[in-house]
Ligand binder design. Structure first.
Ligand SMILES: *[C@@H]1O[C@H](CO)[C@@H](O)[C@H](O)[C@H]1NC(C)=O
Ligand SMILES: *[C@@H]1O[C@H](CO)[C@@H](O)[C@H](O)[C@H]1NC(C)=O
Length: 485
């Protein structure tokens, strides 16, 4: 009772913990951007059975950009809510997921969401100026920031990974977290200047009609095509901002943020663009990388967390370096995937990239002690609940630190002419199969601190390379290891 009273008096919700501050060198800014396409585009012909309205019509793309800002910069606007308003929309979507969307359940879900996380805000400063320079010397021409477009998983939205993307922003990356309107999220409000807001709720394949007839495969195909369109449009908007059209994007932005975007000209390093995603979002990211790097998608790398088990086939036609990270439970729980173990499919994908273009490296790792939601905000908000229900044993903040560190290492590799591997990325394979050391020698030489956290299934680092480098190579490894600690 005392706890409940204390929470109510202090205005903090009963259950969820507030999100922690970001830990990098810089503070973090956030801007919501929703801009319409020049012309709405039917991504597929699929319609809703009830209304005959198209289900996959792409009219606008909504994303939040997280970016580095000066430490201590003054904020003038309220922070973004972790659960988008109105809460009742998200609640209705979850009720639909649960198959109990009716007038009795909806208010109960709304109240529960409000109680659990209604007061949680995202600890990024809204619509503040982009960091001027990473250098203390004001005369230096500021370096542009590398960019990532990040795609969320099933039953999620753009705010489900704010800690991970904010941590990356606090280390000097600009990350656009897209909100997919492909029926996979609980609910999203589409906003266009001069038009009433449109509710987009979660929808199921049974509600749809298409040629060929709607089934699981066709539904996933439509959703992935839609996600691909949204990701590429987000890239196009970022490119327009970088090309000096920030003022125009601000004017077209129905979310009324981005007052400083005009000053972002030349500040985004789209030559170092990566596409990232988690779960269904990882499947979508692999899809979006199909023709990269190309004019539409200049991405030079992919950051792939727990690629989907039930989210359709995984595109393996990829010609850019990949970092694939499995959570422990994702590798451990064996599941069949198009007639073979999911783990083997993912490993084959990573090896395929490695073989196709040897200079383009690729990694497949398992992060020990984590579970499927570890990279999302959920375990930070509900640490106990999540570790009970999902079997994650690593401290949630530790797990997040590892994800951020390995993504940072991967970026470092991409940005340094691809010849410096740091941290676990400098390691040779330790486990070809999950849980089975390749040899006793490898087990003995693999740093113990790292063995508690990682298994390496695919790595471009091999014995030949090491003997080529001689003493040099060893030295590099040990520096990497020291950095790591
Ligand atoms: C950033 O640089 C511009 C131009 O040099 C200057 O006008 C502005 O005040 C600087 N902003 C900050 C926050 O230092
Ligand atoms: C990627 O970043 C590095 C380091 O800042 C830079 O030297 C390189 O030119 C960038 N790549 C492209 C293609 O712009």
């Amino acid at each position: 009772m005392a706890y409940v009273v204390l929470c109510l008096v202090r205005g903090v919700p009963l259950l969820a913990h507030p999100l922690p501050a970001y830990t990098g060198r810089f503070d973090v800014g956030a801007v919501d951007i929703e801009v319409p396409l020049d012309k709405p585009r039917l991504v597929t012909e699929t319609v809703f059975k009830d209304s005959g309205e198209p289900a996959f019509e792409h009219k606008t793309t909504l994303f939040t950009v997280y970016y580095p800002v000066d430490k201590g910069v003054r904020e003038h606007r309220p922070r973004h809510d972790w659960i988008a308003r109105p809460i009742s929309l998200t609640a209705e979507g979850y009720a639909k997921f649960a198959g109990v969307n009716n007038f009795i359940v909806r208010p109960i879900f709304t109240f529960a969401l409000w109680l659990i996380a209604g007061g949680i805000t995202i600890p990024a400063k809204v619509d503040v100026p982009l960091l001027n320079s990473t250098d203390d010397d004001d005369d230096v021409v500021p370096e542009p920031f590398p960019v990532m477009v990040f795609s969320h998983g099933d039953a999620s939205s753009r705010t489900d990974y704010t800690n991970f993307v904010g941590e990356m922003a606090s280390r000097g990356y600009v990350v656009a977290a897209v909100e997919h309107r492909d029926g996979s999220g609980p609910g999203s409000l589409m906003r266009i200047h001069g038009e009433p807001d449109k509710k987009i709720l979660h929808f199921k394949e049974a509600e749809l009609e298409s040629v060929p007839p709607m089934d699981r495969a066709k539904y996933k195909y439509d959703q992935l095509a839609f996600r691909d369109a949204e990701i590429l449009h987000a890239v196009a908007v970022l490119r327009a901002i970088n090309d000096g059209k920030g003022e125009d994007v601000y004017r077209r932005n129905s979310r009324l943020e981005g007052a400083h975007l005009h000053a972002w000209a030349g500040r985004l390093d789209l030559g170092n663009l990566t596409i990232g995603g988690h779960s269904f979002g990882a499947t979508g990211a692999l899809q979006a990388l199909k023709h990269a790097p190309s004019d539409a998608n200049p991405a030079v790398g992919g950051i792939i967390f727990d690629p989907g088990k039930e989210s359709g086939p995984l595109n393996a036609v990829i010609d850019v370096p990949l970092l694939i990270v499995h959570s422990n439970t994702w590798s451990k729980h064996k599941s069949a995937f198009y007639g073979r173990p999911h783990f083997d499919t993912v490993k084959e994908l990573a090896l395929g990239v490695l073989r196709r273009i040897p200079s383009h490296a690729s990694w497949f790792l398992t992060s020990i002690g984590t579970s499927h939601p570890s990279v999302s905000d959920a375990p930070l908000l509900e640490p106990l609940l999540l570790s009970w229900t999902t079997g994650s044993s690593l401290d949630t903040k530790e797990a997040m630190k590892e994800y951020v560190r390995v993504a940072d290492d991967f970026w470092h590799f991409l940005r340094t002419s691809r010849d410096t591997n740091t941290g676990v990325l400098a390691e040779k394979v330790t486990h070809e199969q999950y849980g089975e050391w390749v040899s006793k020698e490898r087990k003995d030489e693999f740093p113990k601190a790292m063995a508690k956290l990682w298994e390496v299934h695919v790595s471009p680092v091999s014995d030949e390379e090491e003997s080529d480098g001689g003493g040099d190579g060893n030295e590099k490894d040990s520096i990497a290891y020291r950095d790591y600690l």
